[in-house]
Design a protein around this ligand. Structure first.
Ligand code: IVH
Length: 674
């Protein structure tokens, strides 16, 4: 029987009521009906939907139970990058942050900051179209994340449909999904009683739960979310202050942390931090610090962003947690570029809820600095997800029998000589790519998330493949066959095929990722991006001499030397050739916007430039997010006037627009890293 108008209206009414009560309960923490009454409304809706299945819609509150498992998550390219935060650890860092802001803004006035708890969870982006939740995604590397829509739909504090009206037609909301402490403790107790593996802490548990391919499992674990910013906004406008935007989000039913406050100046930020420190223990969720954000969005835009972090915000982190334990041994690991890193093996100790049995010692200088000996009692420190480190030795507890820590003379992996060259802190294995440890590490790096991101190719598997002699370098990965893979221990045909598919998918990449994946010493993600931007392809990069390399932002003499040296090695060139031969490719436009420092601005170039071509200037401005237009209007942000500029310059002067010369443009482009 088709649903009558009356039934349709009844279903609609029930949904609205349930949504309102959900909001009161999960978002405002202020329910107005009893659980039993709520359950009754919910049951009524469910039975109507069962009777009239055609009325079931994606946004119905009954549709939060999860769905059949996915085989993999698909990728989501964020329309605006998801940024990270710079950190402050002591009061002086906060004062300096405020000072930097005021000098950039050339202002003597106190700056208004929005202060928020820094939730220790997982960053998530939610996309609403016409008020409906259409996509949830993880942050991933900030540019590309994973589509976890099915999982976020199960989180009750995330509205499937925004409340009220006035929201932009496309609105991307960002925030932190976390595991409430009580739910986390209960889940771990249950896991313990069943003999299952327990999660180390609520953050790991939240991350693991969000990445469940079976969203029915996610639905069983009670995650929650606090929203703290917006990404994409189209078809509508938001308020001009960050704090007001948060209020708007709250009105539309999104959950915003109740401890957000706006303050004036750095001293009040520090006060806020102290206040939150005192309340930390009483909160029902874990936080690892507080965040200060310039409240005025116009000022935020003026300040812009660096590669991955905005200039207008900072996280003031709580001090790292410490523990005391015994150093049982030191082992030496060989890194991707042959660097030998001493690693401390410790008697297991719990620090901040996590058991630590290893800590990094960085290099031999660090061991000297600490005056460390095997058998010593040491203080270990753990800050968030950073690798634990030894901060000091408790000399009073030094036993009578200790052992000196000495750098081995030969590589523990391949037996080649270990050398420590002049001016370098790290000792290195001289075995190069014939050293199995270096092979393994460079292949791991190649497959890692920020490089080619090859799903399913974990550390263990790389080790197996290298040990079995199936691969020596990254290019060999693309020659692996199903027959070879299934012979490996714990490798079912299905996993073998998944890996081959992931390898095939990884062939389509971006130039910055490809350059980063090569694992050139000193070339991190940001330098790789600068190189990609400058050369636009690998051919030019291969031939660049050190002088040319040094003209690129981020590249000094040492880095230039390492890059040049890398491309002088026949073995490296052979790997690159094979990779390209196997079909690795990248989209040129992916070297696009590197930062949003000039987002929303319109620039005009006029007259002739001397050290740049017009096209080059245009491309570099666009990389910073600016629009480059051919005509001057009131909407123009800035006009660059080269030699013999004519009518456009006159018009810009008449309109009182900002006008700069070529030198100033170059300084600005360099400063922003374009
Ligand atoms: S703002 C530019 N606000 O901290 C804005 N982040 O260390 C970037 N986080 O990736 C984020 N609470 O996952 C912001 N109130 C808060 C936050 C917060 C937690 C996380 C977020 C981010 C990470 C940066």
């Amino acid at each position: 029987m088709a649903a009558s108008k009356k039934i349709i209206a009844e279903v609609e009414q029930l949904r609205n009521e349930i949504n309102q009560h959900n909001y009161r309960y999960h978002t405002q923490d202020d329910p107005v009906i009893s659980d039993a009454e709520f359950d009754r409304l919910f049951r009524d809706l469910k039975s109507l939907e069962a009777k009239y299945p055609e009325l079931i819609s994606d946004v119905s509150p009954t549709q939060r139970v999860g769905a059949a498992p996915l085989s993999a998550f698909s990728q989501v390219v964020h329309e605006a990058p998801m940024l990270s935060l710079d950190n402050a650890f002591v009061e002086a860092d906060v004062l300096e942050f405020d000072h930097r802001i005021r000098s950039r803004l050339q202002s003597d006035e106190e700056v208004a900051y929005a202060c928020e708890p820094k939730i220790d969870g997982v960053a998530v982006s939610l996309l609403y179209e016409d008020g409906k939740l259409v996509r949830g995604a993880t942050r991933g590397d900030g540019t590309t994340g994973e589509d976890i829509t099915r999982n976020v739909r199960t989180i009750e504090s995330i509205p499937l449909q925004l409340l009220g009206k006035g929201y932009p037609s496309r609105l991307e909301v960002r925030g932190e999904v976390y595991f409430p402490i009580s739910a986390f403790t209960k889940m771990n107790q249950r896991a313990q009683s069943r003999g299952d593996k327990e999660f180390a802490n609520p953050r790991n548990a939240a991350a693991g739960t969000l990445r469940q391919l079976d969203s029915r499992l996610t639905a069983q674990r009670k995650l929650a979310m606090f929203c703290y910013s917006v990404g994409l906004v189209e078809g509508g406008e938001l308020a001009e202050k960050h704090s007001e935007i948060l209020q708007e989000l709250a009105i539309w039913g999104l959950r915003v942390n109740p401890l957000v406050e706006t303050v004036l100046g750095a001293a009040q930020c520090v006060q806020y931090y102290k206040g939150i420190c005192e309340r930390r223990e009483s909160l029902t969720y874990e936080i690892d610090g507080v965040v200060f954000k310039v409240d005025d969005i116009g000022l935020q835009q003026k300040l812009g962003i660096l590669t991955r972090t905005p200039r207008w915000a900072i996280a003031h982190k709580f001090p790292a947690e410490e523990g005391i334990t015994r150093l049982n041994d030191v082992e030496f690991q060989v890194g991707r570029t042959g660097a030998i890193t001493p690693v401390a093996r410790l008697a297991p100790v719990k620090v901040g809820g996590v058991t630590i049995s290893n800590a990094t010692l960085h290099n031999m200088d660090e061991i000297d600095r600490l005056g460390l000996m095997i058998g010593d009692t040491v203080i270990v420190q753990r800050a968030g997800d950073v690798i634990p480190k030894i901060v000091s030795v408790v000399l009073e507890k030094r036993p009578s029998k200790t052992t000196n820590i000495e750098l081995p003379q030969t590589c523990p992996a391949c037996g080649s000589e270990i050398l420590r060259s002049e001016g370098e802190v790290a000792a290195r294995c001289t075995g190069g790519l014939s050293c199995a440890a270096q092979q393994r590490e460079s292949i791991r790096h190649f497959a890692s998330r920020l490089a080619l991101d090859i799903e399913g190719l974990g550390d263990k598997l790389v080790e197996q493949l290298v040990d079995e002699g199936l691969i020596d370098n990254a290019a060999d990965l693309y020659q692996l066959t199903e027959a070879q893979l299934v012979k490996l221990e714990r490798m079912a045909p299905k996993s073998a095929n998944n890996l081959l598919e992931a390898l095939e998918n990884s062939k389509e990449t971006t130039l910055p990722r490809f350059i980063y994946a090569l694992g050139i010493q000193e070339v991190g993600e940001s330098t790789a991006r600068s190189l990609a931007m400058h050369f636009g392809d690998v051919a030019g990069l291969l031939e660049a001499d050190e002088a040319l390399l040094q003209t690129i932002p981020d590249v000094g003499p040492i880095v230039a030397n390492k890059i040049h040296h890398f491309f002088q090695q026949e073995s490296n060139l052979a790997v690159i050739d094979s990779l390209i031969g196997f079909g690795l490719r990248w989209k040129v436009e992916d070297t696009g916007i590197i930062a949003n420092s000039l987002a929303g601005e319109t620039w005009v170039l006029t007259g002739s430039l001397n050290s740049l071509t017009r096209n080059e200037a245009k491309a570099r401005l666009q990389k910073l997010g600016a629009k480059v237009s051919g005509s001057v209007s009131r909407k123009t942000t800035c006009v660059v006037a080269g030699d013999a500029a004519g009518s456009k310059l006159v018009k810009a002067q008449e309109l009182g627009l900002k006008i700069i010369g070529e030198d100033e443009l170059i300084t600005l482009l360099e400063e922003y890293g374009a």
